[in-house]
Write a protein that binds this ligand. Sequence first.
Ligand SMILES: Nc1ncnc2c1ncn2[C@@H]1O[C@H](COP(=O)(O)OP(=O)(O)OP(=O)(O)O)[C@@H](O)[C@H]1O
Ligand SMILES: [Mg+2]
Length: 229
Amino acid sequence: MPNILSVRNLNYYYQDGDTRRFILRDVSYDFERGRFYVILGESGSGKTTFLSMIAALDTPKSGEILFEGVDIRRIGYENYRRNKAGMVFQSYNLIPYMTAVENVLVAMSITQNKLPADKKETAYNLLQYVGIDKAKANRTVNKLSGGEQQRVAIARAVATDVDLILADEPTGNLDEETEAGIVEIFKSLAHDYNKCVIVVTHSSEIAAQADEVIRLKKGVFLNDGQFSG
Ligand SMILES: Nc1ncnc2c1ncn2[C@@H]1O[C@H](COP(=O)(O)OP(=O)(O)OP(=O)(O)O)[C@@H](O)[C@H]1O
Ligand SMILES: [Mg+2]
C-alpha cells in the first residue's frame, strides 16, 4: 500500500521582474495514515502555499503530488477535493444561515464516496463525536461560538469519509483551552480512525502534540526524524 500522500520535488515561486522568488524549493515528503503531522513555520514561510497545493486549490510550478501513488492531476482536482481530501480553514467557512447538521449534510451530498444510508443520523453522530450535541447541531452556525464552529467544520471535513484531513491554522482564532480541545479531535482522527491529519500552524503548543513536526524554513522542509535519521 503506497503512502496516502507523497510530494515529490515540489517547487513554487512568484515571478518578480526577472527573478523568481521561491516559496517552496524542491520539497519532497511522505505522509502516512494514522499520523498527526504539524507543519510549523513563521508567517510568510509558505505554509498556506504548501497546503493549497496538497488540497488541489493551486498548482505547483513543478513537481508531483501523489495520492495513494497516483498523481492528483490524473485523479482530477475537483474529484480529489470532493472525494479524497477534507479541508479545515482558520475562519471555519461554514454556510452561516444553515444549521450545523445541514452544513455537514451539504458536504455529504456532494461527495461520490459511498456513505451510510442514513446520512442524517451519521451527521448527528459525527457532530456528537466532535463535541456538538443535538441541540447545538440544530442551531444555525452563526449562533455557535468560534470553537464550536470549528468543531462543525471538522465534522464536515470528515463526513465525506475521506482519509486525508488538511487544516490551515485551524485554531488561529481560538483561545488556548479551545485550541487544546480541537487538537484532541485531530489526534483522535489520526490515532483512533487511522486518518492522515496535516495541520499547518505557527503554534508550538500544537506542534508539541504532533507525531511528526516538519519545519518550513526558507522554502525547505526540515524534519528531525525523517531525513536526519
Ligand atoms: N500573489 C502573490 N504574489 C507574490 N507573493 C505572494 C503572493 N501570494 C503570497 N505571496 C508570498 O508568498 C509567501 C508565502 O505565503 P503563505 O501565505 O504561504 O505564507 P504562510 O506561511 O501561510 O504565512 P501566514 O502564517 O502569515 O499565514 C509570503 O511571503 C507571501 O507574501
Ligand atoms: Mg497562511
